[in-house]
Design a protein around this ligand. Structure first.
Ligand SMILES: Cc1cc2nc3c(=O)[nH]c(=O)nc-3n(C[C@H](O)[C@H](O)[C@H](O)COP(=O)(O)OP(=O)(O)OC[C@H]3O[C@@H](n4cnc5c(N)ncnc54)[C@H](O)[C@@H]3O)c2cc1C
Length: 394
């Protein structure tokens, strides 16, 4: 890395931010031709996590190159995601990420388009009634951090349009959902405004060591990097040489169905039932996305929808959305996400794992690290990578 660049990184520091947020040009301005010979950081993958990391690194003054094998950003899980965001999580380290990320999703000043991406429809988390004290404590923490009106609903049949099915609910009226592809594009626009380059249709084939730094071999040429961040989602389960995460990662199928609401006026919040993993979110005023964990491992990313699971999902969700029985099933979407096999206790709060190549980092798999934590995860990953580029600075 050149001295001027090192000074720029020193000036911005680990939590430093440039004073202004760049406003986007037209989307076509994201792509450019030719690979540079060098970059401080190569980010592999333009999903929501790669875009977050690229944005916060470019904001800290690093020269960033994003390489995406697909024709556009969000070609992986991000483009199919429901984008539900809420502050609560039973895992305290994930809850901390989610709380700070929700603050970012609510803040219009953080976004190139000048508006916060959050669709505020409320979020309901349903749990066993024995956990009411824990949910009360979480509501207090969320409200003191965000100034919101989260509260617990006990003994009612319904909260924010969602049947509780015997559970107790933490209601976050100021949470909801974001459009993950829109968020991804916004961060990439901001990164480009801070001189990052984004190349689509470029597949990373291998990474090898070159004079103690990574050399990235792609189907469009070779780039020497100060560090590499692999944000490749489900593809981490079959890593290219030089990009193997330290801990085993598998890919897990996710399948959701979209249904028409026959009574479009009936609003409801997003929800997740922690007892069985069922979830839903409204799409506009006329449709709802519903999901149920689909425990199929290592299926191809674009495997066709599973009709049996589709039926299970419709049945399982009827306890929460009683009107589902008289609605029209619109379509089913299937994709895969990365899943880190380490337990939360073994893994700790780290968001990156080292790989088999020095200065090549892999973003941790998706259990707990998805859309709802992407802003804070991106910031923290950028801090780690800046520290790796300039030991002792961040
Ligand atoms: C149907 C569905 C619903 C979901 N709903 C929610 C939700 O409501 N809330 C939530 O928080 N999360 C949700 N998730 C999870 C969340 O969407 C994912 O965790 C998140 O999008 C993963 O982002 P990512 O950037 O890690 O991976 P991806 O979006 O998969 O991005 C990885 C990128 O890397 C690229 N890539 C891979 N290998 C290479 C290579 N060798 N060279 C170049 N590029 C490469 C891929 O093309 C891809 O674009 C959902 C996921 C799905 C599928």
């Amino acid at each position: 890395m050149c001295l001027a660049r090192a000074h720029a990184l020193r000036r911005t520091g680990s939590r430093g931010q440039r004073a202004t947020v760049s406003r986007p040009g037209p989307p076509s301005s994201l792509d450019d031709s030719g690979l540079p010979a060098r970059a401080d950081v190569v980010v592999v993958g333009a999903g929501i996590l790669g875009a977050a990391v690229a944005h916060y690194l470019a904001q800290r003054g690093a020269s960033v190159l994003v390489l995406e094998q697909g024709a556009q950003a969000g070609s992986g899980a991000t483009g199919r995601s429901g984008g539900m965001v809420r502050a609560y999580d039973p895992d305290p380290s994930v809850a901390d990420l989610a709380l700070r990320s929700l603050a970012t999703y609510r803040n219009p000043d953080e976004w190139a388009r000048g508006a916060a991406p959050l669709h505020v429809v409320g979020a309901v988390t349903i749990a066993d009634p024995g956990r009411d004290q824990e949910l009360e404590a979480a509501a207090g923490q969320i409200n003191s951090a965000l100034g919101t009106a989260a509260h617990v609903v006990v003994g009612s049949g319904e909260a924010a349009g969602i049947g509780l099915a015997g559970g107790v609910a933490l209601v976050e009226p100021d949470a909801g959902w974001v459009q993950p592809s829109q968020v991804t594009e916004d961060w990439l626009h901001q990164a480009v405004g801070n001189r990052a380059r984004v190349r689509y249709g470029v597949r990373v084939l291998a990474i090898e060591e070159h004079r103690a730094r990574p050399r990235v071999l792609t189907d469009a040429g070779t780039v020497v990097a100060g560090a590499v961040v692999a944000a490749v989602g489900a593809w981490a389960a079959h890593p290219v040489p030089g990009m193997r995460p330290g801990a085993a990662v598998r890919s897990r199928s996710i399948q959701v169905s979209i249904v028409d609401r026959l009574q479009p006026t009936q609003p409801h919040a997003t929800f997740v039932d922690l007892r069985n993993g069922t979830y839903a979110k409204p799409i506009g005023s006329e449709q709802t996305l519903i999901g149920l964990p689909h425990l199929v491992w290592d299926s191809p990313f674009d495997a066709p929808p599973d009709p049996v699971h589709e039926q299970h999902t419709l049945r399982a969700l009827a306890a929460h959305l009683p009107w589902l029985g008289s609605t029209v099933h619109h379509r089913t979407v299937r994709a895969s996400d990365a899943f880190d096999l380490q337990s939360a206790a073994d893994r700790g709060p780290e968001l990156l794992s080292e790989t088999d190549t020095r200065h090549v980092w892999s973003v941790r798999g998706g259990n707990g690290v998805g859309v709802r934590v992407a802003p804070e995860a991106g910031r923290r990953i950028a801090d780690v990578v800046v520290a790796d580029l300039l030991p002792g600075v961040a």
